[in-house]
Design a protein around this ligand. Sequence first.
Ligand code: 2BA
Length: 109
Amino acid sequence: MKLVVAIVHNEDAGALVDALLEREYRTTRLHSSGGFLKQSNATVLIGVEDERVEDVLGIVRDNCHARTQLVNPMPPIMEPGEFFMPYPLEVEVGGATVFVVPVERFERL
Ligand code: 2BA
């Protein structure tokens, strides 16, 4: 058994969980936030048999889309008289960041 941990955009999480549920995968959706952008995203946990991992990854691929987001860079430490014009930077946030982790033991008690 594997635990698939998928960090996805908030806007994709609902459709992803619905699509997984439709195929009878059990999921848990956690509210999370990215360390870099500090914006909220969603972490979806899916416990699944080894032979169904690729099917789950396909569903993640079909439902999660890459986006570009604008970030305002941190201003540098300025000397008196210096001037800093903050230009927003474009960052591509992937469709999904996925970890597939082996599960040592699974029980529903
Ligand atoms: P964030 O940490 O908010 O990162 C959002 C996007 O910013 C990233 O997209 C990446 O394009 C960019 N980025 C992140 N750190 C950067 C850095 N040090 N320098 C330049 N650009 C940087 P993704 O790579 O698609 O990641 C989306 C979200 O997935 C991340 O949000 C984070 O919540 C999670 N994530 C990504 N890689 C991870 C990892 N190795 N471990 C844990 N969580 C991860």
